[in-house]
Design a protein around this ligand. Structure first.
Ligand SMILES: [Zn+2]
Ligand SMILES: [Zn+2]
Length: 143
């Protein structure tokens, strides 16, 4: 299958896109950086993303974040910390800290409860309208 020629988003070089996000050179470099990050984290457990970026030459925060999202550190048994997307508390897995996670779950439950309450309310409101055929009858009488 022929690939599409496009500019590498990392280095700007033209390359044949065969489904990879970046060019071969950048991919090799990225792989190398990931290995460096992995060994850095192994040597410095409980590192923050910033400490990794500062500690590993040439690595970008974006790459470290992607590695975390891909679960590289967790899989390797590494403990890396990064801020919760909601409150900024340092965590080492998922997108949110356990507290925000709980709150988000509660929000979902609350939203579901509200939906149920609304449905119940709608049924309640319909009931008088159901007996409210009378209003129609009254309307008929008026005519
Ligand atoms: Zn490139
Ligand atoms: Zn949080």
């Amino acid at each position: 299958m022929a690939g599409k020629l496009k500019n590498c988003p990392e280095c700007g070089k033209l390359f044949m896109d065969m489904g990879a996000r970046i060019c071969r050179d950048c991919m090799d470099r990225e792989e190398e950086l990931m290995l460096k990050v992995s060994s850095f984290v192994r040597d410095h457990p409980h590192s923050t993303i910033k400490e990794i970026v500062d500690g590993v030459e040439g690595v970008k925060e974006r790459l470290v974040r992607r590695m975390i999202k891909e679960g590289r550190f967790v899989q390797d048994g590494f403990d890396v910390t990064y801020p919760c997307e909601k409150c900024g508390k340092m965590i080492n897995h998922g997108r949110f800290c356990s507290k925000c996670d709980e709150e988000l779950k509660k929000d979902v439950i609350k939203a579901q409860q509200k939906a149920v309450e609304r449905a119940v309310q709608a049924v309640k409101e319909k009931r008088p309208m159901g007996t409210g055929f009378r209003s129609k009858d009254m309307g008929l009488k008026k005519q």
